[in-house]
Every structure is written in structure tokens, then in C-alpha cells.
Design a protein around this ligand. Structure first.
Ligand SMILES: [Zn+2]
Length: 304
């Protein structure tokens, strides 16, 4: 989706087969590839001992459930961490928790990043898992210790309001979920997502010194700080592109999408429209763009 970031599309998923990616860390990728999930959702099994944690059990898919149980073998699961409540990440938590007795851990239930405007229909309702409610609502910087592992939560809203990354103590590993991925930029789509939140969460991770990110889709981010700086520059460039389209006379989001995303898969243009809206919300908030009423997909935008 962008030429200015060093994306890595070489990842080849071993669907439903555990892959040891670091000491005490296995990845099991679900077989749910799509333009939004790349090769599928990565579930992670974390811990060196006989009782482990699972991060992002994934979609409610019986084959992925069987694959996770087979990968776990005789090991117990004490905790199931959920990065955010999209249908490709959290739904299997319910069945896995029922089967293993593990406690679920997450920031909180699904919610939008802001109140819905009067008459606004949430175009993202289908993508959300509204059933997930964590047994443990973990605070920012909250830590959960298990059998030879400790995971801390880094609240990283932007992709969703309840998005969390998880840092594995003493390893330099951060499970970055859908906030930072190496194959594409994250979808930031209102009202569930927020560009201002997303940019703050990028700064938050830049203030840390994690050595490698394991994301929710695709392979690892091996130089996270450089990659984060690239993401930040990319979003600023996109913001300038939106502003320039408005200065050039575009008033409607579809006009801006056609111009800015000319080389993007048209299946992603709906998501691109929401991404432009995310920038417009931010630009209106900053006083650089005006529109009548709250920013919306149908709105007309003018230079302030
Ligand atoms: Zn997601």
C-alpha cells in the first residue's frame, strides 16, 4: 500500500503448523488469508515450561482450534491474551478458555474510539467481536506472570480503541498485533479506529527499546525503531496528500481515494476511504480542514 516503507512480503505461512520463532515462543498461523489478514492470523504460544500463555487465539475456526490444541500437546494454558476484538483475533478465546480453563486477558470489550454521530451507521460492525469480555482487564503496563514468562500490556489504541501490544519480559520481544506489521500499513478506520490515537501509539512504541516485533499477521519486524519511524513518516505523507487534494479542489472522499490510492487493490478502496476519513477527522480536529457537522464519509471538505 505504500512505496516509502520497506515492506516485507516474503513471509510464507506454515498454516496450522507450529513454528518455533524464539526460545519459548511458537507461532501457529490460521488458514484465513485475505487482503486484510495477509496469509492469516498469527496465534502465539509463549512460555518455556509446562504451563504457557496463548496470544490471539484467532478466528472461530474448528481447524485452527484443533491445530492449537495439537501444538499445545500436554502443556496447560494459564492465560489467553487478546490484542484486540476483531473477528480474526479474539473469537476462539471463548472455546479455548472453556477447553483449557485459562483466564482471558485484554484491555476490555470492543468499543468505538469515539461516540457515534447522530444518524451514523458504523461500517465496521461486521468486523468486531462484541462477545469478548476479558476475565482480566489489564491496565497499561500491567504485568501477568506465568510459568517462566511474564507479559506486560502496552495499550496501543488506534487500530481499535482496545488494542494492546504485549511485551515478553527479558526477551526484547513485543507482540505488536495489528498496530505494527511488516507487510502493510495498519487499517485505521473510524469510528472504531482513530488516527490521533494511532500516532500517539507509534510514539509510545518509539519510546521503548524492544528488539523485535511479532505481529498479528506476517513475519517479524526486525528493526522496529527504524520501521516505526518509517510508519510515522508514511502517515504524515498521507496526511499531506489528503490536504493537497483538498487544496487542489477535491471535496469528497471518493475523489481523494481515487487520486491517492490509484495503485492500491480496489478491494481495499473501502478501507482506504475510511483511512482518509481518519486523517480528515484528525485534520478537522487540528483546524486545518473544515466540513459541515462532524466528519463523515459523505461529507464535503474544504481548506480551513
Ligand atoms: Zn485487527
Amino acid at each position: 500500500m505504500a512505496d516509502d516503507i520497506d515492506f516485507d512480503l516474503q513471509f510464507v505461512a506454515a498454516h496450522e503448523t507450529p513454528v518455533l520463532i524464539a526460545p519459548g515462543v511458537e507461532r501457529v498461523t490460521a488458514n484465513n488469508p485475505s487482503p486484510f489478514t495477509f496469509q492469516g492470523t498469527n496465534s502465539y504460544i509463549v512460555g518455556p515450561g509446562s504451563t504457557v500463555a496463548v496470544i490471539d487465539p484467532g478466528p472461530d475456526d474448528p481447524l485452527h482450534f484443533e491445530a492449537l490444541m495439537a501444538a499445545l500437546g500436554p502443556r496447560r494454558v494459564s492465560h489467553i491474551f487478546v490484542s484486540h476484538t476483531h473477528r480474526d483475533h479474539s473469537p476462539l478465546a471463548t472455546r479455548l478458555s472453556a477447553e483449557t480453563g485459562a483466564l482471558t486477558v485484554g484491555e476490555g470489550p470492543h468499543r468505538a474510539s469515539r461516540l457515534l454521530h447522530v444518524g451514523e451507521i458504523n461500517p465496521l460492525a461486521e468486523s468486531a467481536d462484541l462477545n469478548f469480555k476479558p476475565d482480566i482487564a489489564i491496565a497499561d503496563d500491567g504485568v501477568i506472570e506465568g510459568d517462566g514468562w511474564a507479559l506486560s500490556a502496552i495499550h496501543t489504541p488506534g487500530h481499535t480503541a482496545n488494542h494492546c501490544a504485549f511485551a515478553l519480559s527479558g526477551s526484547g520481544i513485543l507482540f505488536s498485533a495489528d498496530h505494527v506489521m511488516v507487510w502493510a500499513t495498519t487499517i485505521v478506520a473510524p469510528p472504531d479506529g482513530s488516527m490521533a490515537d494511532f500516532m500517539r501509539s507509534v510514539e509510545r512504541l518509539l519510546s521503548r527499546d524492544d528488539q523485535i516485533f511479532f505481529p498479528g499477521h506476517g513475519g517479524p519486524v526486525r528493526e522496529p525503531r527504524a520501521f516505526l519511524r518509517g510508519l510515522r513518516a508514511h502517515r504524515r505523507m498521507r496526511e499531506r496528500a489528503v490536504l493537497e487534494r483538498i487544496k487542489a479542489g477535491d471535496r469528497l472522499i471518493p475523489q481523494m481515494v481515487t487520486a491517492i490510492y490509484a495503485r492500491t487493490d480496489v478491494r481495499l478502496h473501502g478501507a482506504a476511504a475510511l483511512s482518509v476519513l481518519a486523517h480528515l477527522e484528525d485534520l478537522v480536529e487540528k483546524g486545518l480542514v473544515t466540513t459541515d457537522g462532524p466528519p463523515s464519509l459523505m461529507g464535503e471538505y474544504r481548506p480551513a
